[in-house]
Design a protein around this ligand. Structure first.
Ligand code: SF4
Ligand code: SF4
Length: 160
């Protein structure tokens, strides 16, 4: 499916998600990089060595979720927009998801926007909590959105 549509299957998403135990400990990166391409800025960006050294530049990133503290440094460094940070401890009803967002205009903090799945389909409304706009540093802005817990693995983007 991924090769045909660019959209991963639920099994592929499960395979890159941290365990429930790790999710319960706080923010952690989810790396949705499913295809072997010559690229490794996620590895060089991670100061905690949570992402294992690439033996070959075409390797898929291999993250040890226990060594990741969810700092999010790798998000803006990934040219494929393949990384998000999930904080499942945000609240009882919602998880906080930090995603790279390349569209303009940026939303406002506090704004309710349309949460979209990996195919760009509407899933549910989500609230923008924080915006880290690093365009001045030539980095992709990072937007934190509060997502209903049941859609943690479904919402991957948003539209205004
Ligand atoms: S979120 Fe931070 S600690 Fe985790 S993999 Fe990315 S750069 Fe490393
Ligand atoms: S930087 Fe992004 S696209 Fe490149 S290998 Fe890492 S996760 Fe994949």
């Amino acid at each position: 499916m991924l090769e045909r549509t660019g959209v991963p299957t639920a099994e592929q998403i499960d395979s890159v998600f941290p365990s429930e135990d790790r999710l319960a400990k706080g923010p952690v990166a989810v790396i949705e990089c499913y295809q072997n391409i010559p690229c490794n800025p996620c590895y060089t960006a991670c100061k905690r060595n949570a992402i294992k050294k690439f033996e070959d530049i075409n390797d898929l990133p291999n993250i040890n979720h226990d060594d990741c503290n969810g700092c999010g440094l790798c998000i803006a460094n990934c040219p494929g927009l393949a990384i998000m940070v999930v904080d499942a401890t945000y609240s009882q009803e919602e998880v906080l998801i930090k995603i790279p967002y390349e569209f303009i205009p940026l939303p406002e903090e506090g704004q309710v926007v349309k949460g979209l799945d990996r195919e760009g389909q509407y899933v549910c409304n989500v609230k923008v909590i924080k915006i880290l706009d690093s365009k001045a540093l030539d980095r992709t802005p990072i937007v934190s959105i509060a997502v209903p817990r049941e859609y943690m693995k479904v919402v991957r983007n948003f539209g205004i």
